[in-house]
Write a new protein. Structure first.
Length: 447
């Protein structure tokens, strides 16, 4: 016995190291072939099936514009990135000969009808343009009334005029008879609208008119000159009607009218007009260059009618329903949600990288901050189930056509067969029967 103790003392260090290694080996052997286990408590959840689609913002209004005839480019009235209004003149070919012919024909027409029609037009313009006075939106404006001048060339009606400062400039915006916006000149009359009228402020400081609204009725029926101008206009119309009824110069007048209309039609062929309100995105030509018939000269992109085009896979396209709501997320506005309505889906596929996809068109409910070209993703909720017993799909094992889970019970575990229903996009599965709230399920991850 003493001999054994002596051996242990002399080799104590080695016995301790060997003992430690043996314990580690036994520990790993005892765990070897074992399983990592997770306990999941059964509860209720709201389940959702959804599809996430990606796409871009585009405009439904876009046009590449050219001339209806060929010729040399005389004038370009706009610049790249400039905002334009529907009907605004953008560019024109050389039309000097046509304009000269037009003046001759117009003079001939006036002579042929003894200036009667011109007199009607002049008296009508006088009626519309005389004594125009804007009225303030509120009675508490302590301001001088703006001065309106010019010869009005438009229709009867009412302008709404808004004056406001943006950054360092004062702007005048019009609504009602026409929608326009331009920088306000502080020391000279400023054109407002496109029908020949000007606004000025006399000796008043333009800055005082910031954030004010005015209304301008055309004609001004409350002015002292209205009755006289109205009677003059009616008298001019009576004289013209009498001349036409008596047949005076009727034939020559009709011919002159037709010739004027023909020349105006030719001028329109030599002119490019904006087909809608938007922004100039490209100007292909310079003044002096020749343009062929239909050749692209100016491109315009609309900014009022924005739509979102999302790419839908062939697996998801049949699951979407028109007029359903879509939650939209833009890369440019992180964390902010927008909403739109699914309006149409192309019946013809488009291939992207060899994969067929279908274009879904979404109408924005609010598009104030949205710009064309922005990237966007849309989430479409297909179906929901609220407040149902649900568990993650990875807890469910398949035994033939049966679904089973391993449930903790007193003294151990047991397998239970369950009936499943709705499956959410996040792989949470509805349990129709076989489990109750609070049950604890074992998940075994084999090593």
């Amino acid at each position: 016995m003493n001999k054994i103790k002596d051996i242990f003392k002399r080799h104590k260090k080695y016995f301790l190291i060997g003992g430690g290694v043996l314990v580690i080996i036994i520990f790993f052997i005892s765990r070897g072939g074992g399983d990592d286990k997770e306990v999941y408590a059964v509860g209720r959840a709201n389940l959702e099936q959804s599809v996430v689609l990606s796409g871009k913002v585009e405009t439904s209004d876009k046009a590449d514009l050219g001339f209806a005839v060929s010729g040399r480019l005389s004038q370009i009235f706009v610049k790249n990135n400039q905002s334009v209004s529907a009907g605004q003149m953008l560019a024109q070919l050389e039309v000097d000969d046509l304009l000269a012919d037009l003046k001759i024909k117009q003079a001939s027409y006036k002579i042929s009808d003894s200036d009667l029609e011109s007199n009607v037009e002049n008296t009508y313009r006088t009626l519309l343009s005389s004594d125009l006075v804007p009225t303030p939106n509120r009675e508490d404006y302590n301001l001088e009334t703006p001065i309106i001048g010019g010869i009005y060339e438009g229709a009867e009606g009412r302008y709404k005029i808004i004056l406001n400062r943006e950054d360092i400039d004062m702007y005048i915006s019009t609504f009602g008879l026409e929608k326009t916006k331009r920088v306000l000149k502080e020391s000279a009359p400023t054109p407002f609208g496109t029908k020949g009228l000007y606004i000025s402020f006399g000796d008043a400081d333009v800055e005082d008119f910031d954030d004010t609204t005015w209304y301008l009725d055309i004609p001004n029926k409350s002015s002292s000159s209205y009755v006289a101008n109205y009677n003059a206009y009616n008298e001019a119309k009576k004289r013209l009607d009498s001349a036409l009824k008596s047949g005076e110069d009727n034939t020559s007048s009709a011919i002159a009218q037709a010739e004027i209309q023909k020349i105006n039609a030719e001028i329109r062929k030599n002119t490019i007009y904006a087909p809608f309100s938007g922004r100039v995105t490209n100007i292909e030509k310079e003044v002096g260059e020749n343009a062929s018939v239909g050749e692209r000269v100016i491109s315009v992109l609309g900014e009022e009618k924005l739509e979102i085009i999302l790419q839908v896979s062939e697996l998801d396209v049949s699951r979407l329903t028109l007029d359903s709501s879509i939650k939209l997320s833009f890369d440019a506005f992180s964390g902010e949600d927008f909403y739109g309505i699914l309006k149409t889906i192309n019946s013809r596929e488009t291939e992207i990288d060899g994969v067929p996809v279908y274009e879904a068109f979404v109408e924005l409910e609010s598009a104030e901050k949205i710009k064309t070209g922005m990237s966007v993703s849309g989430t479409v909720v297909l179906a929901t189930k609220d407040n149902v017993i649900a568990i993650p799909s990875y807890l469910i094992k398949k035994d033939g056509d049966k679904s089973v889970v391993e449930v903790m019970e007193e003294g151990g575990t047991t397998e239970k067969q369950i009936a499943t229903g709705f499956t959410g996009t996040d792989n949470m599965v509805e349990v129709l029967s076989g489990l109750e709230e609070g049950d604890k399920i074992i998940s075994v991850f084999e090593k």
